[in-house]
Design a binder for this molecule. Structure first.
Ligand code: FAD
Length: 288
């Protein structure tokens, strides 16, 4: 299977993110989504990880299914929260045995009230990346998270960028939290360049398909939901119209990002295909 570091070295990547379904109906819906997106020939797809333990096995199962039953390269998310070094080594050994060589190393967030914080050998994502680089004795392709509008827990912009730069010096690439205006990405890349870091940063794209959901997610992740977008959606009640505006604004953002030199685009699909397919079409993206 391809390594993302190699894919990035040979051109732009276009990728999709899924979360592991928790019910049989959701699983069926996701299989349908993947079947609809596979013809777009994504460079890779990534699968989120329930840091508190809620979806750990489901992540593994979905990653393995993509690896075994589709033509797409999978990337598994992995978090610091609640993991010992030994557990991490076991998970990586299992992935490598099945040919999965792409890992997104994250701090992790507890996602539901049922998630329990368990003891961990890692505090920050940098610790996990260091461990993966030094202990697993492999040539894993390792990505990390970046927050263009600064991580909500960072006390200030300068320390956020300093810690991110340190992480990126060890990682192969980053994928960003979603954002709605190109200026946030451009500023992030410039600030990292000032710190001497030129690791590829793939912007994460979240097309608006559901107003209240995306506003809630923005609040949690520290992304500003801009006034112009809020105004545009203010009196729109119809779901199809919300989605149409979401696709139009996300297409424009993607186009500006590509013009600004982004090394790829990573779509937060929320396990649906419609918005991503339309944006692909609008941008005239190659399906090779
Ligand atoms: P870190 O890099 O550890 O940073 C967290 C905070 O600690 C930041 O404020 C940083 O500045 C600070 N920090 C870092 N190093 C130091 C240091 N040495 N000293 C002091 N402060 C420091 N969460 C999940 O649970 N599962 C997922 O699958 C998942 N997928 C994601 C995918 C993407 C593309 C993104 C952008 C996020 C994802 N998240 C996921 C969310 C992520 O786990 C959270 O944003 C989490 O709160 C921080 O993760 P991080 O990897 O940025 O952490």
């Amino acid at each position: 299977m391809a390594k993302i570091v190699d894919l990035l070295a040979s051109g732009r990547t276009f990728s999709f993110e899924f979360f592991p379904p928790k019910t049989a109906a959701a699983e069926l819906a996701l299989l349908h989504t993947i079947a609809e997106l596979e013809p777009l020939h994504p460079s890779f797809v990534s699968v989120t990880y329930g840091a508190g333990g809620s979806t750990r096995e489901l992540t593994r199962d979905l990653v393995m299914w993509v690896r075994r039953d589709t033509s797409i390269t999978p990337m598994a998310h992995l978090t610091c929260i609640g993991h010992t070094k030994r557990e991490i080594d076991e998970i990586i050994a299992m992935y490598l045995e099945h040919g999965v060589e792409n890992i997104l190393a994250l701090g992790g967030d507890l996602s539901t009230e049922t998630d329990q914080a368990r003891p961990s050998d890692f505090t920050y994502a940098t610790d996990l990346v260091t461990h993966l680089r030094t202990r697993t004795n492999t040539s894993l392709s390792i990505g990390v998270a970046a927050h263009p509008e600064v991580h909500p827990r960072s006390p200030d912009r300068a320390s956020d960028r300093r810690h991110l730069a340190e992480k990126l010096r060890m990682a192969d690439f980053a994928i960003t939290q979603f954002f709605f205006e190109v200026k946030h990405y451009v500023r992030l890349v410039e600030e990292l360049a000032e710190l001497g870091v030129h690791t590829p940063i793939i912007p994460g794209i979240m097309p608006v398909t559901n107003k209240s959901q995306v506003q809630r997610m923005s609040q949690m992740s520290g992304a500003v939901f801009p006034e112009w977008l809020s105004d545009r959606l203010a009196d729109v009640g119809d779901h199809d119209e919300v989605q149409r505006i979401g696709i139009e604004t996300a297409t424009l953002l993607c186009s500006e990002l590509l013009d600004a030199g982004a090394p790829g685009l990573h779509f937060y699909t929320l396990n649906r295909s419609t918005a991503t397919r339309h944006i692909y079409e609008n941008l005239g993206l190659p399906r090779v």
